[in-house]
Design a protein around this ligand. Sequence first.
Ligand code: SF4
Length: 327
Amino acid sequence: MEHLAEVKNLKKYYPAKKKLFKERQYVKAVDDVSFYIDKGETFGVVGESGCGKSTLCKTMIRLTEPTGGSVFFNGRDIASLSPEEMRLMRRHIQIIFQDPYASLNPRMTVRELIKAPLDIFSDASEEEKMEEVFSAMELVGLNREFMNKYPHEFSGGQRQRIMIARALILRPEFVCCDEPVSALDVSVRAQVLNLMKDLQEKLSLTYLFISHDLSVVRYLCDRIAVMYLGRIVEIAEKDELYDNTYHPYTRCLISSIPIPDPEVKRHAMILEGDVPSPYNPPAGCHFHTRCPYATKECSERYPELREVAPGHSVACHFAEKIREGRA
Ligand code: SF4
């Protein structure tokens, strides 16, 4: 299959306040991350809050400039594009944010909000643009009679539909979805997720889907990467990741998914302690301060991401032993 996007050794470091006589420290929000996304695929990125998944999303589409590495989109390195070239590229790459209320201008009507990208990119007449707006509203299940209403007059689910209509009105190829359903009521989440699935099929979209919710990611994604403190620790196809989990961190995350059946008992692996400070991540494997299998070697040497099965890579020195229960 053809790769639509390819991320190579992407880094995003934020400088911390410099202390007197001390070297400047950096928060390594995204540290040497590589992966690819195929055309028509939904690629999921999961991890706890603060693991760098939203920064990865924003850095990948250059909403924030990368510190290093490259991002290829349809074979072109977007990190090297001029501002004008990047502006034109934005037609093909859109984003849906987590909180639709915060990302919709409260002074604009639905019509103005959805039409805004066309006003920037299209030379079509006002009438033609309105036809596009109506068809985008229809696509996401919004009645065209709502066009003169304001965001505060809608429910959370409807506001997210407005966001989706705005993201899709330019008919992009690639959509970054940054926790698009986590601010919604549970009852509305499934509707929005099903809508996104339908739209993907209809419009041949490719998604990067960021979430902290493994059950949501399992429902929507084809392949999944698990992030911890700015790095990918495991990456595999959805079923492979859930059925043959290698990394202890992924095991903990999966074991904490609630099972909606009182008869089924699952032994959750409880993670000890908090996520370490990203200013000063632990040496060696960043997970060693919380890992039940950690040894001296883990605190001395960072485990590189390596393939343990076709298409399945893990960053753990003892992945095979842990998987087979020998650790
Ligand atoms: Fe745990 Fe060591 Fe594997 Fe890190 S490398 S996940 S600390 S066993």
